[in-house]
Design a protein around this ligand. Sequence first.
Ligand SMILES: C[S@@+](CC[C@H](N)C(=O)[O-])C[C@H]1O[C@@H](n2cnc3c(N)ncnc32)[C@H](O)[C@@H]1O
Length: 259
Amino acid sequence: MKVCITYRETFYHLLKAVFDACNKQPVVAELGVLRGENALKLYNALNPKEMVLIDSWSPAANDAYSPFDQLPPWVDSVDKYAYYYGGPMHDMATYDTLYQECLSRFADKDNVTVIRAETIAAIDEIKTRTEIDKFDLVYIDANHQYEYILRDLMYYQDLLTDDGFILLNDCCHSLQGTKQNLGVLEAMSSFIKRSDFIPVAVTNTDWSDVILVRKNSLMVQLIDVALANSDIPFVEIPHQLMPAARVVYGQQRINLSFV
Ligand SMILES: C[S@@+](CC[C@H](N)C(=O)[O-])C[C@H]1O[C@@H](n2cnc3c(N)ncnc32)[C@H](O)[C@@H]1O
């Protein structure tokens, strides 16, 4: 697995190079879309054949933030993230505005289907509203709590082609992540024991992005070759170390540590 000194957008271009090498125009999904900014970056970088954008756009998503009546002292209130959502976290109007923003961002793209549903309920809608059988890439960035990420990973692996990629956002252990009750890295750690997926690359950033692919896929070698021939600096480590990753904050920048 390669620890890459780069950002998630570079990974999109790397994946595009890999898809091009396979002569494949990918079918892509994003789970957790917000206002569609990252989805548009994925769209522009990957030129997908088809794309599905899934988000509940509902304050009900907050119900899963913590299972406890009283928040543990190391977890911030969900209301703290109103600035990121652009309005109060418990008002439907906040989510209606985000949904409309996303729709207008993709209004001129007729190969994009926007599904306003919880990620698992959306699976039936994918079947009824599109002709898509399998995806080549699923970007997972919806509910970030352990059980939910693990559930998205377990369900959506079956919607991937044999050589399909999962990109997992915010896959880190950090002080900032702990304040959000983040369970992404822990869910990924469990998922790789339950499946034949392995992490092949991670960004050396806070809120790290990880690329996962099936260990017997040809894509493992293709990502290797693409990274080795890119200008992205990286350090290679055994993929089994990924669960040990934690973000270390310095005065100038952050890094990942595996000790
Ligand atoms: C971190 S934001 C996504 C950000 C976006 N991917 C980006 O990078 O710009 C998380 C989104 O997931 C959605 N979400 C949370 N839980 C969800 C669930 N269970 N099903 C569907 N969407 C969910 C929220 O409504 C929110 O818009």
